[in-house]
Ligand binder design. Sequence first.
Ligand SMILES: Cc1cc2nc3c(=O)[nH]c(=O)nc-3n(C[C@H](O)[C@H](O)[C@H](O)COP(=O)(O)OP(=O)(O)OC[C@H]3O[C@@H](n4cnc5c(N)ncnc54)[C@H](O)[C@@H]3O)c2cc1C
Length: 400
Amino acid sequence: MDLTYPPEVADFRRELRAWLAAELPAAWAAPGFWTTLGEDESFDLRRGWERRKALAGFGGIDWPTEYGGRGGSPTMAALADAELARARAPRSVNPLGLTFLAPTVMAVGTPEQKTGILAPMLRNDVIWCQGFSEPESGSDLGSVRTRGERDGDDFLVHGQKVWTTSARHADRMFALVRTDPAASRHRGLSLLLIDLRSPGVEVRPIRQLSGISEFGEVFFTDVRVPAADCVGGLGNGWATAMLLLSFERGASAMGQYTDFRRAYDQIVEVARALGRDRDPSVRQSLARRLVELECLRYHALHVLTEVERGRDLGFASSVTKLQWSQAYQGLFDTFDEVLGADVGLDHPLGEFGESGGLDLTALRRESFWTRSVTIWGGSSQIQRSIVAERVLGLPNSRLA
Ligand SMILES: Cc1cc2nc3c(=O)[nH]c(=O)nc-3n(C[C@H](O)[C@H](O)[C@H](O)COP(=O)(O)OP(=O)(O)OC[C@H]3O[C@@H](n4cnc5c(N)ncnc54)[C@H](O)[C@@H]3O)c2cc1C
């Protein structure tokens, strides 16, 4: 494992830091800023910001320049994630496209798909969502029932997807669709790119406990999709989906580490302000979370070194997903422990902290959010089975 950055990466970091200092509005980092905005307003601000970032040369850091990227290394991309988190830049509004679909299209897309999809995605001209899960198909993705019937050069798509993140704001969906009902479960699937503005598409937002609608249900009735908009080959959707999920499960968690570490420091500050830092059980819990976060950092650096050496992570990406999601959720278990039963939901903002007030509402929202991170992108149980069987080579539990 190499813990030092080469000179060109250090130069890149200086350049990015200078750009962020000049361009990122200071007000965006103030406690409470994002939690007071409406969903659409927040989305529009973030969409515009990310577009400006890409146009300034700080998007697609490790993408080839022919697709509008910077042509940098995986280390530069991971460092950029960490720098953005450090500067408290807003999170991407197009993560499903940028992180998952883009590398898949680069690996197995046609030349037309590469030209037509990648640069517009980088500029946020097209926002993407992922249509894998269905009411009866979550962990068991091979049972997908949304079907695509061939009609000349097109497919007519019928069915329903659920838990579709960004469904309200997305322009297009990459969807797992059964295009050959006669083939066995995993063989009859294709990854189709569906225009959500097409006739026959209905998006129904799902309202969450927090009051916002981060995801929704999407219904398809005779939706026409050109067969040319299939990524990775017709009937090859399972292999394409597995490739895509290996990107979803994460190459390096440097950005996450930086985010979680800042949350950790804030939680320590809350513990001090409440006098909870004197409780031995809280102290032990905080120490344990710090150890887990540092393990995550070293794992992220290890993965980065492997990727720089050209190693394909494949199923090993499940280790990263498991590690960051469990560490993140555990951190907020400790946050709940720090608050205890005495600090109600209506506790006023900004009373905590030496640094001019902590945003308790944002931390609470994050705490709710961490409940989901061990579910999406494949649940922890599924990741453990993948690691056991595909990485460690243990016997298949279903055959035992
Ligand atoms: C915040 C959030 C965002 C999401 N965004 C998207 C999205 O954008 N696009 C999309 O397609 N989906 C999305 N999902 C859906 C997500 O991928 C599924 O929820 C997930 O795959 C689990 O599927 P399920 O909900 O059907 O649960 P199930 O598959 O019914 O699982 C229920 C429980 O059983 C366990 N289980 C199931 N099978 C096994 C097994 N073989 N061995 C051991 N345990 C098992 C699971 O671990 C889980 O604890 C999102 C989910 C959440 C929470």
